[in-house]
Design a protein around this ligand. Structure first.
Ligand code: GDP
Ligand code: IMO
Ligand code: MG
Length: 428
């Protein structure tokens, strides 16, 4: 009953889409467990490039069942746009299963995301503006709308009324906006529910049965460890648990069913939105990484902030997620550098930290302590074994492995499916 959790080990955009696609060829189910359409996961197959937001990246593989788990927040309008876009390109989405317990992102969540960010001013989080935070806030406040609420008109009306009661006061009195109409919102959600119905299922039961029958399930994380609402750089985080534990709460599968936890890390680091980032580069090296790595957001198109590999972050990700394997991506991007700095620890006001500071003020003040490795000039995109890599490149990877407290099991050498070096199988 292999249950493989795949998560981002840094601040997102590590290449989880590509890694999911890689493992997806050998699994029966791919289940998203957290986040919503704040995610942007790219998969490149030949000349075709897919940007998945809400759908699991496995959907482009016809042999597996894609699942949206209860921990995901679902914007039905976005879901249908994504399904229509993929079906127009010949990808069948009819076998998608959506949890009846997943929470809905309603139009008022998107509105609230934007007005609260504006209201925060210089304290803003830099969210994707997709309504993620307000939808999760409603879930925790117990005024959320769940998928199965969309199938009963009276029940839905009551829920929307309860949810909008306080929000309309805030929208009018605090944000100087028009109130949102309960009847109209209910009607819109009911229509969306009609189209959603064929996909809706008891996904917890389906996944547990599959695992009991010896089938393989890949749990595809969105966002990343450092964006986790509990374990990340709070408050500059997303509103879900992208760490490995979130795979259990976000799908209804118990921790004893998880056999592997794969962390995806870039050979350097990027971050989108606000918040501390110790190895961030403000000079031409940062711009060089951005251009070489095409570091622009898949969801918002924002330029990503770039910095050197941070081993403190990776050690922390190994600890928080209980990583068994790392997929190291975008190693090819570093080709051409004379020297490559690696952050091995932090200096916080003269004190050395080998482990992640728990106090966010200390993390914000952390200065990277670097060691430097020699670079390489050779094109590595056609290397298919570790031994084919230039010696200095091998040494860089070995050093990252040593200081990350986890073995590196695969290496990305380009965006395509076959741009990969497999060292250890990620399945058995
Ligand atoms: P995700 O959010 O973690 O799925 O990552 P994104 O898809 O947002 O960003 C990763 C980007 O890097 C995408 O454009 C991928 O096609 C690309 N990519 C993934 N792995 C590699 C790699 O090993 N080398 C290169 N050059 N690009 C990669
Ligand atoms: P994938 O799955 C990178 C960031 C946003 C913002 C913060 C909160 O592609 O790795 P939110 O809209 O979630 O409330 O925004 O989280 N963020 C991401 N950054 N990759 C992502 O997803 C992200 N999803 C959210 O930029 O800083
Ligand atoms: Mg992304």
């Amino acid at each position: 009953m292999p249950g493989i959790v795949l998560i981002g080990a840094q601040w997102g955009d590590e290449g989880k889409g590509k890694a999911t696609d890689l493992i997806g060829t050998k699994v029966d189910f791919v289940a998203r467990f957290n986040g919503g359409n704040n995610a942007g996961h790219s998969v490149v197959v030949g000349n075709e490039s897919y940007a998945l937001h809400l759908l699991p990246s496995g959907i482009i593989n016809p042999n597996l069942t894609p699942v949206i788990g209860n921990g995901v927040v679902v914007d039905p309008e976005v879901l249908f746009q994504e399904i229509d876009g993929l079906e127009a390109r010949g990808i069948d989405c009819s076998h998608l299963k959506v949890s009846e317990a997943a929470h809905i992102i309603a139009p008022y969540h998107r509105t609230l995301d934007k007005v609260t960010e504006r209201f925060l001013g210089k304290h803003k989080i830099g969210t994707t503006g997709r309504g993620i935070g307000p939808a999760y806030a409603d879930k925790i406040n117990r005024v959320g709308i769940r998928v199965h609420d969309l199938f009963n008109a009276q029940h839905l009306h009551d829920k929307v009324e309860a949810s909008l009661h306080q929000k309309n006061q805030m929208l009018v009195k605090l944000y100087n906006r028009r109130p949102i109409d309960v009847d109209q919102t209910t009607d819109e959600l009911l229509k969306l529910g009609e189209r959603l119905k064929p996909y809706v299922a008891n996904t917890g039961l389906i996944l547990n049965k599959a695992l009991d029958e010896g089938k393989t399930v890949l749990f595809e994380g969105a966002q990343a460890t450092m964006l986790d609402v509990d374990h990340g750089t709070y408050p500059f985080v997303t509103s879900s648990n992208p760490t490995a534990g979130g795979a259990c709460t976000g799908t209804g599968v118990g921790p004893t069913k998880i056999t592997r936890v794969v962390g995806v890390s870039k050979a350097y680091v990027t971050r989108v939105g606000e918040g501390p980032f110790p190895t961030e580069l403000f000079d031409e090296s940062g711009e060089w990484l951005r251009q070489q790595g095409h570091e622009f957001g898949v969801t918002t198109g924002r330029p990503r902030r770039c910095g050197w590999f941070d081993a403190v972050v990776n050690r922390y990700a190994s600890q928080v997620n209980g990583l068994t394997d790392i997929v190291l991506t975008k190693l090819d991007v570093l080709t051409g550098l004379k020297e490559i700095p690696i952050c091995v620890a932090y200096d916080v006001d003269g004190e050395r930290y080998d482990d992640m500071p728990t106090d966010q003020a200390a993390f914000a003040a952390a200065k990277p302590i670097y060691e430097t490795m020699p670079g390489w000039d050779e094109d590595i995109s056609s290397c298919h074994t570790f031994d084919e890599l230039p010696a200095t490149c091998q040494a860089y990877v070995k050093r990252l492995e040593e200081i990350s407290n986890c073995r590196i099991s695969a290496i990305g050498t380009g965006p395509q499916r076959d741009h990969i070096i497999s060292i250890h199988s990620l399945i058995d």
